[in-house]
Unconditional design. Structure first.
Ligand SMILES: NC(=O)c1ccc[n+]([C@@H]2O[C@H](COP(=O)([O-])OP(=O)(O)OC[C@H]3O[C@@H](n4cnc5c(N)ncnc54)[C@H](OP(=O)(O)O)[C@@H]3O)[C@@H](O)[C@H]2O)c1
Length: 290
């Protein structure tokens, strides 16, 4: 039995489907079982739990061979945060996996580091270190930014004005990866015990600026107008004003500033040399899928 914490999310949903298609039994951990309704099926069970609540993880972990963590607290709400979910919640999952004798697969981020300017990346790194020190056989999968998340945001912000909203200047090259590619790698590592103790990094075939992404979204939607931009100065202002009252908005503004100016390109060749059958989906294919 495989536990997927975050099995209701964008990546988790695909991971659950991959594992079930392999004939594996999957238990989804969610704070609200109704969110897992789209995954109901013969090989799927659902358990209510919250990674910030250690007690809720004990029964969730019973009989589990591999626990996958695809959770994050970046968008809140309230006390859900990178510190409470990505660092402490993952530590709780590691402890529960240890008690149950399960292996652990942690979904982390390319760029996870103790000194990253992004709080989420620092918290992911702390979780990586905690898992590595725990003695629990752990595989870490680091991914670049999920392409579909940003395409959705650009489309949503274009809904009224016909002009997508870009946070920052929009010139910085960033690697985006299709979620399906990440899910295919997670499936591989769940079933491959030789990946324990390893960090595998996955990205997509293209490094693109937000302006390029916005332009592609416009063409695919049959819209012609250029994107709007929130300038970096306004993002800094947001982080230091409203961001102090609403931490998730502060996080988002600071993350946007980092994405606007840090080196976020990625070379995807090494992971595809290791797993030649892994999909490597280009932006055009994701847009064509709709
Ligand atoms: N999005 C990206 O660009 C990106 C890039 C690299 C890595 N990642 C990583 O990939 C993983 C999946 O990301 P995603 O974008 O697919 O996520 P998502 O769609 O936003 O879903 C987040 C998931 O986290 C779960 N969750 C949040 N707080 C929780 C808590 N306190 N207890 C239990 N579950 C909790 C939610 O479950 P319920 O709401 O059902 O409880 C949900 O399934 C995350 O680890 C993320 O950090 C994402």
């Amino acid at each position: 039995m495989i536990l997927v914490a975050g099995g209701t999310g964008r990546l988790g949903t695909l991971v659950v489907q991959h594992l079930v298609d392999r004939g594996l039994d999957v238990r989804i951990l969610t704070r609200d079982p109704a969110r897992a309704a789209h995954l109901a099926g013969e090989h799927v069970s659902v358990v209510r739990g919250d990674v910030t609540d250690r007690d809720s993880l004990v029964s969730a972990m019973e009989g589990i061979a591999v626990a996958v963590s695809a959770v994050h607290g970046f968008t809140g709400p309230r006390t859900n945060s990178p510190a409470s979910v990505d660092r402490d919640g993952n530590a709780n999952l590691v402890d529960a996996a240890k008690a149950a004798g399960a292996a652990f697969v942690l979904i982390s981020t390319v760029g996870a580091a103790a000194d990253s300017p992004m709080e989420l990346f620092r918290m992911k790194y702390a979780a990586e270190r905690y898992a590595a020190a725990s003695g629990v056989p752990t595989t870490i999968v680091r991914a670049t930014a999920f392409l579909e998340l940003w395409l959705d945001l650009l489309n949503q912000t274009a809904a009224r004005s016909g002009r997508p909203l870009v946070f920052g200047r929009g010139h910085n090259p960033i690697n985006f990866v299709a979620v399906a590619d990440v899910a295919a790698l997670v499936e591989q590592v769940v079933i491959d015990p030789t990946t324990r103790g390893k960090i595998l990094e996955i990205g997509g075939p293209e490094n693109l600026s937000f302006d390029q992404l916005a332009q592609a979204v416009q063409i695919a939607a049959g819209r012609a107008r250029p994107p709007r931009h929130i300038p970096p100065l306004l993002l800094s202002l947001m982080a230091n004003t409203v961001g102090r009252v609403k931490p998730q908005l502060g996080r988002q503004a600071r993350a946007a500033l980092t994405m606007d100016r840090s080196a976020l390109g990625f070379d995807t060749k090494p992971i595809h040399q290791r797993y030649p059958d892994l999909p490597c989906t280009a932006l055009a294919s994701v847009l064509a899928r709709g």
